[in-house]
Design a protein around this ligand. Structure first.
Ligand SMILES: [Zn+2]
Length: 444
């Protein structure tokens, strides 16, 4: 589909997230998930990076989001309950429309972008956030997530000028009768990439340069884009087109068309950078990926209460959003609000919701080696003093026992805590406070 360039709709903000661990591959290192990360936690990290770019989480003013479109590639299928976890953790109101595209098809991102562009362009909604999570395969496809906010704007950070996709319907004609169904057949990839790329590059302004950013099928892209600059980026599977859009708009602001090739089923997005895109869009840091670190194994401890119990129902919102209760009479803040009906300082019973800071430093910690079945061999519990002065305790994630000290900066993030009868349960954990690239370097 080609989108008229006069249309005043585009990407006005973006956020990305890469896990802190990476493994070497033939074409460079790719990030892999920690044991407590999945499509949901990746999506939350990328969404928060978009909503609160320099921040403290819920305290900063965030742009409005009328519809949330989630796309998950690889790994377990994303369900409705998990989509609600993402919405809640991002602090979006209960009435926010949430739609899901799940199951690892790389074309999902194309239909998600189209649906967001269409809905905003015709005025059905005023803004849509598309978040694409890719859990990766640890071999060729890196784990990561990217979020973009599509909204009306005279000068968006990224203008999407065309979207092309080709799926397995075409492939059937190429298949040998005896062949297994594999859309990785090189001639098929070559054909679809060439056709889609040519159609997109046709729309480029010839007075500007064009660049093709590709994570998957670099060979096909190279031959299909002769005379056009080609930049190789890590393959982020279904999140690849969004990473390519963001990197292209930041690093090639004068190139009219940036096309992203994603995977064996071709998905391409043509776009152009708007004025000031480099300032608006944060660097996805894909150039800083260095192999290193050993992810923690996934654990699945028993819960003392079932995940469907009233405790979890009542406290889900305040746990995922990190909200306390501030006493209207004396200002004392208690956490979690639903467990503290009476103020410990003045015995008042009236409270207001109070967002807590997501950042702080280690006040004290303990390494617990005696754990119930399902927890693994050890757990670091951190009591941190948050930047707004309140103290909060939570397990640490991705932190080694010999690498944590009082005073260390930490941040709170949502991670998977366990699987309760197959239902994933999410909770806040303390994470080492460092940028993705610094973490990757430190881990190597
Ligand atoms: Zn009080």
């Amino acid at each position: 589909m080609m989108i008229p360039s006069s249309q005043k709709t585009g990407v006005v903000a973006a956020g990305t997230y890469l896990p802190a661990y990476a493994v070497p591959t033939r074409r460079g290192a790719i990030p892999i998930c920690n044991g407590d990360e999945d499509a949901v936690t990746l999506a939350i990290e990328a969404g928060l990076a978009l909503l609160h770019p320099d921040s403290d989480g819920d305290n900063a003013a965030a742009p409005g989001v009328e519809e949330l479109i989630l796309v998950a590639g690889g790994g377990p299928t994303l369900g409705g309950a998990q989509a609600e976890v993402v919405r809640e953790a991002l602090g979006l109101p209960e009435g926010t429309r949430v739609s899901l595209s799940s199951g690892g098809d790389r074309l999902g991102v194309v239909s998600a972008l189209l649906s967001a562009m269409d809905a905003v362009a015709v005025g059905r909604i005023s803004s849509a956030m598309v978040i694409v999570s890719e859990v990766g395969d640890g071999q060729q496809i890196g784990a990561g997530a990217a979020a973009v906010l599509v909204a009306p704007s005279a000068e968006p950070a990224i203008r999407i000028t065309g979207i092309r996709s080709d799926g397995a319907v075409v492939f059937d004609r190429w298949q040998e009768p005896s062949a297994h169904s594999s859309s990785n057949e090189p001639r098929y990839i070559q054909h679809t990439v060439e056709r889609a790329l040519a159609a997109l590059l046709d729309t480029a302004d010839p007075s500007h340069g064009s660049v093709v950013l590709t994570g998957a099928s670099p060979g096909a892209a190279r031959s299909a884009s002769v005379g056009t600059a080609l930049r190789h980026i890590p393959d982020f599977g279904c999140a690849g087109p969004l990473f390519a859009m963001i990197i292209g708009a930041r690093e090639f602001p004068t190139a009219y068309t940036v096309a992203a090739v994603a995977g064996s089923r071709t998905a391409l997005v043509g776009c152009a950078a708007g004025a000031g895109s480099a300032e608006v869009l944060a660097d996805p840091l894909v150039d800083g990926i260095v192999a290193g670190g050993k992810p923690e194994p996934a654990v699945a401890p028993m819960l003392s209460l079932p995940s469907s119990s009233p405790f979890f129902e009542r406290s889900a919102r305040e746990l995922l959003r990190l909200e306390g209760a501030r006493c209207r009479q004396c200002g004392h803040v208690a956490f979690p609000p639903t467990q503290r009906p009476i103020c410990a300082e003045c015995q008042s019973t009236s409270f207001d919701r109070q967002p807590l800071s997501r950042r702080g430093s280690v006040y004290t910690f303990t390494v617990n080696h005696f754990l119930p079945v399902g927890f693994g061999t050890q757990m670091i519990l951190v009591l941190a003093e948050l930047d707004d002065g309140y103290r909060y305790w939570a397990p640490a994630s991705g932190v080694r026992a010999d690498d944590v000290a009082i005073g260390d900066p930490v941040r709170l993030g949502v991670r998977r805590f366990t699987n309760d009868g197959g239902v994933p349960v999410y909770a806040m954990k303390f994470l080492a406070e460092r940028s993705a690239s610094a973490a990757l370097t430190a881990a190597s």
